[in-house]
Design a protein around this ligand. Structure first.
Ligand code: SF4
Length: 490
């Protein structure tokens, strides 16, 4: 039985889940490998490639498993930095080390773990220290003495100014002491992991996440708990209250007894499911919408970020606004549409701001969905384009968040406790669906835009991608217009 660093991390999160994945892969529910995860992996490769530039005499090992192992063995005879140095142990542990760097003073190999993160994380899901401990154990058990251990991560204070300054971009932190403190504990965890993975059978019925809130589950939850509905008591309560309900065999929201200790918001969610009818406070909605000033500008941004700052003035993962859609609604019902989509990184926000300044006048509300996102981007744009600070601050002072209506005054059983536009739209306006579009959410949009600006695309493909992006963003703002009209008709 082999155990890699990734599998060990999975084991720390849930042994049962890893057992199923390795022993009965045909029954394991892998879930969708989301575009978001793909982007994270891509970001990781990008950061590793940048670190490699800091060690220009380093050698990158690649190939199949046997080549990786033999090439590593050969390179350990020299003293050049080795990227992706590969080891396996007789126990079955396997590691590809981000970098080994020969320390001429100690005559030992120092071990480096590279993270596309702006801090060293030690939480349950991402424990960077345990990653280093695991790698160190594998290298040492494979017969190579490790000197010091380091984590290379991104300096969140660094702002790009011209070419990326790699020495400023990365923080290299010595974690040798904490690694050696944790070594014996991690060895024990590895031993238990290997012993469990050797078993041919484990109890498959039920699992610990039955007693946790729904956000903590893996994709195999329903395999172990087939009796739990998709929207269950786990979406209403957590902790002790959840345990009390489950102890009484209550799993459906409708079955939560009257008088059970719930907050007002939780009670609203329960009564929605019990009655099956929406709860609409027309007076409150009317009063909220009366705050709006015509013409109303419905606005939506699409953004793109990268761990390596994109342009001058940008920090790590700072979002660049590459697209905007604006629908302008006049009091007489006239509707106009404006949009902007950048063709490249450079000048993207300049073009976008020029379009906004031309089309958004000094009077009128700016309607968005989830205001902290658009407001946050406007604040960053004001820092980057000081000459437009006044315009952007004025925009922010006129922002109205349409989502707030769906937080308290318009609740529907089919929203399943969410106020996201992706939940609200299909219930209120099923004819305005994202499903018919080639791009259906923000992650797809940024991934398509990245391809459009970075990959060698034909002119036809660029044209098609542009059309798809424009259609998607336009629907975001048209959806808000139509939802607003629906609310006005109540
Ligand atoms: S849902 Fe079950 S199998 Fe999945 S992580 Fe939670 S406890 Fe493990």
């Amino acid at each position: 039985m082999t155990l890699t660093k990734t599998e060990f991390k999975e084991w720390l999160l849930c042994g049962k889940c890893l057992w199923l994945k390795k022993k009965r892969p045909e029954e394991y529910v892998a879930g969708e490998f989301s575009l978001f995860l793909k982007k994270l992996i891509k970001d990781g490769y990008e950061v590793e490639a940048q670190v490699q530039k800091l060690y220009p005499n380093g050698i990158f090992v690649s190939g199949d498993k046997e080549t990786l192992l033999s090439k590593t063995k050969e390179l350990l005879g020299g003293d050049k930095p080795i990227f992706q140095a590969t080891f396996e142990t007789v126990q079955g542990l396997f590691a590809k080390v981000d970098m080994l760097n020969f320390n001429k003073e100690t005559s030992k190999w120092d071990l480096y773990e590279i993270k596309a993160s702006s801090e060293i994380k030690t939480d349950l899901k991402h424990n960077h220290i345990k990653d280093v401990v695991f790698q160190t154990i594998v290298v040492e058990d494979a017969g190579v003495e490790v000197g010091d251990s380091y984590i290379i991560y991104i300096n969140k204070k660094y702002r790009r100014d011209g070419e990326v300054d790699l020495k400023e971009l990365f923080v290299i932190e010595n974690v040798t002491e904490i690694v050696s403190e944790q070594k014996s504990g991690v060895r024990d965890e590895i031993k238990i992991a290997l012993e469990t993975l050797e078993k041919d059978d484990i109890l498959l019925e039920g699992c610990d996440c039955l007693y946790k809130s729904h956000g903590q589950r893996c994709d195999s939850f329903f395999k172990f708990n087939p009796h739990v509905p998709e929207y269950s008591v786990h979406h209403i309560v957590a902790g002790n209250k959840l345990r009390l309900l489950l102890a009484d065999g209550i799993i459906n929201i409708k079955d939560i007894p009257e008088g059970f200790d719930l907050t007002d918001i939780q009670n609203d969610k329960v009564s929605l499911q019990v009655t099956g009818r929406p709860q609409i406070n027309k007076e409150a909605i009317e009063s909220t919408l009366s705050e709006l000033v015509f013409p109303i500008y419905f606005l939506d941004y699409e953004t793109y970020g990268s761990p390596v700052p994109l342009l001058d003035g940008y920090k790590t993962n700072q979002q660049l606004v590459f697209q905007v859609s604006v629908h302008k609604l006049d009091e007489d019902g006239t509707l106009e549409h404006f949009e902007y989509l950048a063709n490249k990184l450079e000048g993207a926000t300049r073009g976008l701001l020029d379009m906004l300044k031309t089309n958004i006048g000094p009077v009128g509300s700016v309607v968005v969905w989830y205001e902290s996102f658009e407001k946050g981007r406007n604040e960053e744009l004001a820092e980057l384009h000081g000459e437009d600070r006044g315009f952007l601050e004025d925009l922010n002072s006129r922002v109205f968040d349409l989502m707030k209506v769906f937080k308290k005054d318009y609740l529907h059983p089919e929203f399943q406790g969410s106020a996201s536009i992706k939940k609200v739209l299909p219930v209120l306006l099923p004819e305005l669906s994202y499903k018919s579009l080639d791009i259906q959410d923000g992650t797809m949009a940024l991934s398509e835009w990245e391809k459009m600006i970075k990959e060698d695309m034909s002119q036809d493909d660029i044209k098609m991608t542009r059309e798809n992006l424009l259609k998607y963003c336009a629907l975001d703002t048209l959806a808000m217009v139509e939802i607003y009209k629906k609310l006005k008709e109540l």
